[in-house]
Each structure stands twice: as C-alpha cells, then as structure tokens.
Design a protein. Sequence first.
Length: 604
Amino acid sequence: MSYAPIENHGVIGDMHTVALVATDGTIDWFCPPRFDAPSVFGCILDSEKGGRFQICPVNGGGNVKQLYLPDTNVLITRFLTRHGVGEVQDFMPIHERPNQPQRIVRRVMSVRGPMTFKLDCTPAFNYGRTQHRLALGPTGAVFSTPTLTLSLSSPVPLADQNGGAQATFTLEQGEERTFVLEMAPDGTQVARTVTDEESQALFEATVAFWRTWLASCTYRGRWRETVRRSALVLKMLTYHPTGAIVAAPTASLPEGIGGMRNWDYRYTWIRDAAFTLYAFLRLGFSREAESFMHFLSDRAREIEEGAGAPLQIMYGIDGRHELDEYELDHLEGYMGSRPVRIGNGAADQLQLDIYGELIDSIYLYNKFGAPISYDLWKVLVKLLEYLTDHWREPDEGIWEVRGGKQEFTYSRLMSWVAFERAARMARQRGLPGPLVQWLATRDEIFHEIMERGWSEERQAFVQTLDGHALDASNLLMPLVRFIAPTDPRMVSTLDAIGAELVSDSLVYRYDVGMAASDGLDGEEGTFSICSFWWVEALARSGRLDEARLAFEKMLTYANHLGLYAEEIGTSGEALGNFPQAFTHLSLISAAVYLDRALDEHRAR
C-alpha cells in the first residue's frame, strides 16, 4: 500500500491524544489513551503492519476536499465523485472528567445521490506488536488485548477480515450512519449501541466546546483565521490533566524521505516554554498560560542537590523524566524511512539554553499573567547558581546535535537571557538574590558573544564561538532583546542569513556542509520555525515589505487546513512530525508583531 503525503492530513483530538485523518478517509495514526501511548492505528509508519481505520467511497474518493467546521477541530472530509457527493465528519468528544470514555466519532453521509462506502477498521495494538482478539456482534465489534480494549459501535453488519472489521454499505441521498470507536472496560464482549440522539449530542457538545474556547481569543489582526487555527492546534496539543503541550503528536515522521532523522516528538520541551506562554497570553488565553505555568513550575521545583544539570531539556506530558529511546525494527517507517524511533534520547543531553527559555517564560508570566510566588523564586535562584558555574561549558545546543558538544552561540545567548530576566524580576519586585553577581555574569556573557560569537570575516553572528557557519537561531537575538534589530551587526547578520540560508522565505537551520557536525547522515528540509523567526526579525528591523511578503509566502506552504509540519521539502512537501506546535507558536508571534508594526507604520 502507498503512504499519504504528510501534508494530506487533518487532525482531531480531545486534549489527551489525537488522530490523523488522511484525505482518503483513513485514520493512520491514533495512540489511545494519551499522546505518548503506543499506537493502535499507525499505518503512517508501516502501510502493511501499522493498522488503520478507513471509511471512503468504494469507487474511489474522486475529488476530495477537507475542511474544519468553522471555529472548531471537527474535521469534514468530502468526496466529490461522478456518482455523487459523500461526507465523513470526524471528531473526538472532549472528556474532561476521568470516568468518560475516549471516543472517535465518524459520521458518514450521502450529500448528493446514492453512494456506497467501504469501512475497514484493522487495529494493530502496541505499534503492531500485540495480537488482539476480535468479537463481532449485531451492534459492532470489540477488539481486545490484555491491556487495552476498543469497541466499535456500528449500525451496519461487520465481517471479520484477518482480524479487522470490514463492511460495505449504501446510503441514499440525505441518509447518514454514525460509527463510534471508544475505549471499553476489560472483559467487554459486545459493542455498546450508540443512538442517533447520543451521537448528535456528542457532536453539538464538541462544537460548542471549541467555539466557546475560541471566543476568548483577543486577536483581531490581518491574519485572523490563520492565527485562530494555530490557536486551535495548540489547544488540541495540550494534555488536559497537566497543561503540558506536546511538541508534535507523532513519532518518527522523517525530516528527509528515506533518511534517519526520525524522532519522537510526543513530549514537552522546556525550550518551547517562553513561546508557549507568550502565544497564550498575547491571544488572551490566560487559563492555558496558567496551566502550562503550573507544569513548568512543578518541573523547576523537582531540582535536587547533587551533580548533573538540575533540568532536563524535555519531559513526559505527565512530568516523568525517563524517555528512553529505542527502535521498532519490525516497522519499515514512513516511505521506508528507518529507523522508527520511540522515546527520545536527547532528553539526557546538556542544552544550556533551556535555563534562559524557562526563566524568560516565568518572566513573561510574572509580567503579563500573575506575580510568581516566593517559593518559585527560590527555585529560580538555585537554577541560576547552577548556570553561574556551567554557562561556559560546551553543550549539544538547540538543534540537539549528536556529533559531540560545541560552544554554541545560541546557548550563550539564552544564558544571557536567564541572568538578564532574573535581574529584571529582582529589581521590579524587590526579590532577593545576588543581583550584582547576576549583572556581572550577564555582562561577561554579552561581551563573549560580541567578541567570539561575531565573525569579522563573515560579518555575522555565527553558530559556534570562533566559528564560521551561520545559524538561523541567531535570528532570535533581537526577539529576546539582546541586540537592537537595527544594530549594524544584526542588520549584517540578517543579510548574511538571507543570502545563505533563505530560499523563497524558507529558512534552513544551518548549512549542513559548513556547520559543526550534527552526527547524522542525510539532508533535511527548511525549518518552518526559522522561517517565521525570519519574518519577525525582518519586521523588527523595519523591513516591513519584505517581512509581509515572506509571511504571506509562508502561508502558502501550510497544508489545505492551515497546518504545518516541522519542515518543508524542496518541492513544498511537509517533512517531519505533524503538526508541530513550535511552528504554530512562531507563526502567532510573527503575526502579532507584524500586525502591530504595520499598524504603527500606517499611523505614522
């Protein structure tokens, strides 16, 4: 079987996990009951062994359109064929209470003319490693394993096909049928009947939830629909019990087709913290910012005395520390991209920039959200004690290289942010701390970046101290207020990055051939995060026409639903895990700033 392009997917979710729905009506990624659980449908990583849940016309999809019901995460897939028009509405009801079952609801209807559909629900539990037992009955099917049971409520008869439930059914114009896949108690033998009234109530409640939540969005700028869609994505990627946000809900989708840059992103990175807090606060979602702040505060309070870094670069969505990385050798990977990795070994890396990002996020919350507590402040002081002793050390950096530690300029930059923001909070709130020492360290880091992170030869800030290669992470320098956006050094850096790393508004992280070794073979696409950093850096430097054009061009690289993967390939295809929260966070930041800058320019 073939693989649907990464960009040919919509996403539904319930703030515990998500399901990816391809334009051919196939759910090819679903991990119940939470983001980081083993997959049940995973044919996006192996078209034969991964498992799927497909509903589509028997004569092919014809011309297929996907859209979201406005202001919701309810996905509609429309099949426009020469025999008629059919539609599948997919959504996951929100379950905010522990005793509510997790569900995927699939409403199938014939919009014009009679239409015959086929259904194939073939789960592959535990990434296809665990066999299941299938029990068919008049109300549907039950798929059971020793650890997980799923029930499929079906209004049409199902047949057993190699452990999967299959059916063919015809709908006359205006008719509809609803199929509900839900987690069921252990020992369930008969699928629960879901009435039309119940499915309609679930639909209405789900629509009302998303629209009520989105009504709090305060953004009214030029790119309202795009920003609001990004906000809905971020909310969907939030793990409700803890407030953590996954970097992406998928694992091992490749950064280059056939390559080995395949990672599991179903965890929460400290690095995303400042961008997450900024996005939620700027859009008016104070409750989400508060929930994520609690998650970050809990991680900060876990620090213990002893050797080693007090913070990990990432955590499980429940706050756990162990994210052991291993490979699934029995899966071929997306379009043959191996290895398929689960877990993430980068959790054990030293990445000193995370202290700046964490403290910056707390600074933003203290400024725009609510004053932080004294107990949290004491933890920050302890973190800065560690950073005072270690900021000079080489590390693996923002891009999580696996080729050895380097003296990355970006790590120094964010160490500067850590001391600068802590000093600001201490002065503004009168909080106790070694302010003189922090300011001295801040200034020492500043001078080192200016002397060793700047290359006279390149006339640009470079990737590593005393190095030569450019790095898109330095676009953040004016965004974190390290340097004025119109400073000659920053303007020159923008020009150098534009000439060497930018292609039609798309930005590469660095030149793989020139940069410090990242320890990996193969190539990669442009990084969408960096492309939006580029937009904001241009806007802050006053190059508004360039910034707006670059932003509008980036919008053309979104998929048909306005969603972004981590990277974009040479022909505009999506690469990497999908959808990526960090990309949507940087989109929001760029849109908010660019809007304000354009308004101010017009006013002048």
